[in-house]
Ligand binder design. Structure first.
Ligand SMILES: *[C@@H]1O[C@H](CO)[C@@H](O)[C@H](O)[C@H]1NC(C)=O
Ligand SMILES: *[C@@H]1O[C@H](CO)[C@@H](O)[C@H](O)[C@H]1NC(C)=O
Ligand SMILES: *[C@@H]1O[C@H](CO)[C@@H](O)[C@H](O)[C@H]1NC(C)=O
Ligand SMILES: *[C@@H]1O[C@H](CO)[C@@H](O)[C@H](O)[C@H]1NC(C)=O
Length: 303
C-alpha cells in the first residue's frame, strides 16, 4: 500500500512538472527585435508582431526576401505560428521557416515550409524543441515579395543564461567588443570576428552581468581558432555578487589550464551562486580573448 502511494506521488509530481514546463511557454517573438530584407511603403517588420491582422510586414519585390526576429536569448522552440494577410494571400507561398543561432539566414535549420496558406489563416509548425536565437522566414527566387500578418515563436528559454546579459571588459582591442563573447553563437567565430578581446595588459578581465542571481551549474568557454590558443591558459572563472576588484574577489569556479584552438570546454561550477561571471587572467602582458561564454544554471530563488 505504501509503495502504491509513493508511485502515485511520483506520478503526480511528474505531471505537475510537465504542466509547469508547458506553463512557462511564451511567445518569445513579442520581446524580440524584428528585421526584414527590405521594407515596402512603411510595412515595417514589427507589423508582423503587433497582434493585428489588418497590418503586415511587406518587403519590396526582390530576390530572396526574408523576415527575421532576433529573440535576444536562446530558446528551445516548440512551435512557430504564421498568420497570412487577408488579400494577396499568395505572397507567403514557398516561405521557409528556419530556427538557429546564425545571423546568416541559410545556416539555420528548417522547421517548416508553407506551400500555400489561406487569406487570414494561421498555420502551426511544430519545431520539436529546435534551439536558436533567431527565427527566420524567407522565400527563395527572383521577383518575390514576403508579407506576414503575424508571426509567433513559442518555446522556453534554453539553458544558456548568458545571452542578453550585459558585458564589460578591462580594455578592448579594435572591434573585439565584450558582447561578442555572448552573441549566442560558438559557430560564427571561424574568422575570430565573433570574439571579444582585451589589449595586452596586466590582469585583463571580462565580466557578464546576468541581471539576476543564478546558481550556476556550468560555464562553457569557446577558445579562438586561428592562432594564440594558449593565451587563455591560466584564466580564472569567478562567480558571485561582488564587484570588488572588478569582480575578481568572487569565488573561483575553475582555473582553465588550456583549451584547444576553436574548441569549447565545459567547467562544472557546482551551483555556485552569483549575478556576475568574471573571466580573469592574473599577471602582466596578458591578452584575454573569448569566442563564446555560455552560462547554465537556475535562478537562485527557484530553488
Ligand atoms: C496551434 O497550436 C496551439 C497550441 O497547441 C493551439 O492552441 C492552436 O489552436 C493551434 N492553431 C492552429 C491554427 O492550429
Ligand atoms: C579594474 O579594472 C580596471 C581596468 O583594467 C583597472 O584600471 C582597475 O585598476 C581595476 N580595479 C581594481 C580594483 O582592480
Ligand atoms: C557539461 O558537462 C556535463 C557533464 O559531462 C554535461 O552533463 C552537460 O550537458 C555539459 N553541458 C554543456 C552545456 O555542454
Ligand atoms: C604582450 O606584450 C609583451 C611585450 O611586447 C610580449 O612579451 C607578450 O608576449 C605580449 N602578450 C601576448 C599574450 O601576446
Amino acid at each position: 500500500m505504501k509503495k502504491l502511494y509513493k508511485c502515485l506521488w511520483i506520478l503526480l509530481g511528474f505531471l505537475l512538472n510537465e504542466e509547469m514546463a508547458r506553463g512557462q511557454e511564451e511567445n518569445a517573438a513579442l520581446w524580440g527585435t524584428p528585421s526584414e530584407s527590405s521594407t515596402y511603403a512603411g510595412s515595417e517588420p514589427k507589423l508582423a508582431l503587433d497582434g493585428l491582422l489588418n497590418s503586415w510586414s511587406h518587403t519590396i519585390k526582390e530576390t530572396d526576401p526574408w523576415w527575421r526576429v532576433d529573440l535576444l536569448k536562446v530558446y528551445r522552440v516548440n512551435r512557430v505560428t504564421i498568420t497570412n494577410r487577408p488579400g494577396q494571400a499568395t505572397r507567403i507561398n514557398g516561405a521557409v521557416i528556419r530556427i538557429g543561432n546564425f545571423l546568416d539566414i541559410y545556416s539555420n535549420d528548417i522547421c517548416g515550409v508553407i506551400s500555400t496558406l489561406g487569406a487570414g489563416a494561421t498555420v502551426n509548425f511544430s519545431c520539436g524543441g529546435m534551439v536558436g536565437r533567431y527565427m527566420v522566414v524567407h522565400i527563395s527566387g527572383n521577383q518575390k515579395i514576403l508579407s506576414i500578418a503575424e508571426a509567433g515563436v513559442y518555446g522556453n528559454l534554453a539553458g544558456n543564461r548568458a545571452v542578453g546579459g550585459a558585458t564589460m571588459q578591462s580594455s578592448t582591442s579594435a572591434d573585439w567588443f565584450s558582447e561578442k563573447a555572448t552573441d549566442g553563437n560558438r559557430g560564427l567565430q571561424q574568422l575570430n570576428t565573433g570574439c571579444s578581446s582585451t589589449l595586452n595588459e596586466t590582469n585583463p578581465w571580462w565580466r557578464l552581468d546576468l541581471h539576476d542571481v543564478y546558481r550556476v551549474s556550468e560555464v562553457v568557454i569557446t577558445n579562438r581558432k586561428n592562432c594564440c590558443a594558449e593565451w587563455i591558459n591560466g584564466a580564472e572563472i569567478h562567480i558571485g555578487n561582488s564587484l570588488e576588484n572588478n569582480g575578481t574577489s568572487n569565488p573561483i569556479c575553475a582555473v582553465i589550464p588550456d583549451i584547444p584552438a576553436g574548441k569549447s570546454n565545459n567547467y562544472s561550477c557546482n551551483r555556485l551562486e552569483g549575478r556576475y561571471v568574471i573571466i580573469h587572467i592574473p599577471g602582466d602582458w596578458k591578452i584575454l580573448t573569448l569566442c563564446e561564454v555560455e552560462v547554465y544554471g537556475y535562478l537562485a530563488d527557484e530553488g
